[in-house]
Design a protein. Structure first.
Length: 569
């Protein structure tokens, strides 16, 4: 590694006006009592950000500064350094020429790592400085567990060819290929931020699909004959009947994956070529979200919180499966959970354990249904009752009457928007006067994918998109560049990373309640849409598009609006 006379970091920081002389003096005083480097102290004291510090530090170290978020990775180049060495030395191969290999390092001053990497690559190395957080995210995305999963699948096939399947149920199987295969599946899912794992047998192959940001990503395993052993192992973990393959089964178990405790809900279903398994992953280490973290606009959140503070009435959260309804309900419970408030929740299943909340798990097999538990819960002197879902007429009526007689009732329904909740309740047999007296507010919601921060790129919408945008928002939006993701290593070439909620809040005031009492649903619907604070889901999605949080394509996907708009036009 070539070295030249370097300018000290403090002089460079002052030269580039990144910090003031007074800040440098304070940092040096702190450093006298610590062994930390100057740059770490500057960051800890908030005198400078990493974005400003790292390019200057690269100048001081006489290496390149590379932002991994925007770097076009080449898989064959990255694989020049084995994964174990990449993680050990915190170094990643970025480019290769006839003369040298460019290697990004979190700490380019690590001489030992430099020497070891030179031996591994057997070529001269040029170094670049990279940000540690970006490095860790990048290698997690590049070095997936897919090869490991394939390896353990082959090992399991070899074992099944020579051993009795019954030995898989023995206690002493921690080193068995099926155990390692299952562990690798979960590690890969957690590494990829997956919410669900789908294991599906086909005629000749086994498909493993991860749901990431609501999109499925597939891996093909040719060893289809391992399916029975894999399903048996998962059933054992969940305490299910491994001999029953003709009927669906549901269960749950906890699993330690690296340093995180994951709660897994498992569902099995008999299909043509075996049993399909779907597992929902809940990471309890991240804790419960509050209403602010959900992404609710501040004004809408304040209105919703105001409704939550009412002593009685029903508040409903609506949307399709996977739209985040339960997360919103738990955030609401988190706000209400106080020593002076008695809360009972009736759930199927219980997703998060909440201190101080009396949580009841539904069990239909023994008659422990929503309606049965709700009726009993009201005799437990609750202030707040959460009903996981309004599934039938009896549950809806008991819930509405409870809301009318001094209880705050929270629940969910499956409808496309907030206004159609009224029709849904009536279809379930609820009386219009009961809905009018009990219902206080409805939140409809969806989850949209966020534009990837590493590959976001500006573009100008076409004429049809611009016309649709103006039409939905009922105003003339000047044509301005929007953003979308073009795909990179960080987002697995999807253009999206993470999700954000959009919300539609309908508050039932005296006028709307009066229309319900009269049974005038048509006028109710028209009047509700004209409320000054009312914003539908399509409008909420496009607001996020204008703020470049999500893409116009995502807004179109959620509302299905552009195709219909073009057809009508």
């Amino acid at each position: 590694m070539e070295t030249h006379q370097k300018i000290s970091l403090d002089k460079l920081l002052i030269k580039h006006r990144a910090i003031s002389p007074a800040q440098l003096k304070k940092a040096r005083l702190i450093q006298k009592n610590k062994t930390d480097k100057l740059e770490k102290i500057l960051l800890e004291q908030g005198y400078i950000t990493e974005d400003k510090l790292l390019p200057i530090l690269a100048i001081q170290l006489q290496v390149k500064w590379i932002d991994l978020k925007r770097y076009p990775f080449k898989p064959d180049i990255v694989q020049l350094i084995p994964e174990t060495d990449t993680r050990r030395f915190r170094a990643i191969a970025l480019n290769r020429t006839n003369d040298f290999i460019l290697v990004g390092m979190v700490d380019p001053t690590d001489i030992f790592a430099f020497d070891e990497l030179t031996k591994i690559l057997k070529q001269p190395i040029h170094l670049a400085l990279v940000r540690e957080n970006d490095f860790l995210r990048t290698i997690d995305g590049i070095y997936r567990r897919t090869d490991e999963i394939t390896h353990f699948a082959k090992k399991l096939l070899e074992e099944l060819s020579s051993n009795d399947l019954k030995r898989l149920t023995d206690k002493d199987i921690n080193e068995a290929p099926v155990v390692k295969l299952v562990q690798s599946l979960f590690e890969d899912a957690l590494q990829m931020r997956a919410s669900d794992i789908h294991i599906e047998p086909d005629e000749k192959v086994l498909r493993i699909r991860l749901r990431i940001d609501n999109q499925l990503h597939e891996q093909i395993i040719p060893e289809i004959s391992i399916m029975s052993a894999l399903v048996s192992r998962l059933k054992l973990m969940a305490g299910l009947d491994i001999s029953e393959k003709r009927l669906p089964q549901d269960g749950r178990f906890n699993l330690q994956v690296k340093d995180k405790m994951i709660d897994v809900r498992i569902s099995t279903l008999p299909v043509q070529y075996g049993e399909s398994v779907v597992m929902r992953l809940l990471d309890h280490s991240e804790g419960l979200l509050n209403l602010t973290q959900l992404g609710m606009p501040s004004k809408l959140r304040q209105r919703f919180e105001h409704k939550l503070k009412h002593a009685y009435g029903m508040l409903l959260v609506t949307g399709p499966t996977g739209s985040g309804k339960t997360t919103t309900l738990y955030a609401a419970l988190n706000l209400l959970n106080r020593p002076e408030t008695k809360i009972i929740s009736i759930e199927d299943p219980i997703e998060y354990r909440l201190p101080r909340v009396n949580q009841v798990q539904i069990n239909s097999d023994i008659g422990l249904t929503f309606s049965t538990v709700l009726r009993s819960a009201l005799r437990q002197d609750p202030d707040v009752v959460l009903v996981g879902e309004m599934r039938d007429e009896e549950t809806a009526e008991i819930g509405l009457r409870a809301a009318m007689t001094g209880h705050l009732v929270l629940s969910t329904l499956h409808t496309n928007d907030a206004i159609s909740v009224v029709n849904r309740l009536m279809d379930m047999g609820a009386k219009d006067y009961l809905i009018a007296a009990s219902l206080r507010a409805v939140i409809a919601q969806r989850l949209l994918r966020r534009i990837c921060g590493s590959c976001r790129t500006a573009y100008t919408p076409n004429v049809q998109q611009q016309a649709w945008l103006n039409s939905v928002l009922n105003q003339s939006i000047k044509q301005a560049p929007l953003q979308h993701g073009i795909g990179c290593a960080h987002c697995h070439n999807t253009g999206y990373h993470g999700r954000v909620g959009i919300f539609e809040l309908l508050e039932i005031d005296a006028q709307l309640a009066n229309l319900l009492t009269q049974g005038d649903v048509a006028t109710f619907t028209q009047t509700a849409k004209q409320r000054p604070n009312y914003q539908n889901l399509s409008q909420a999605a496009l607001q996020l598009t204008l703020r470049n949080i999500t893409s116009l394509e995502e807004a179109e996907r959620i509302s299905g609006g552009l195709d219909e708009f073009v057809h009508l036009a």
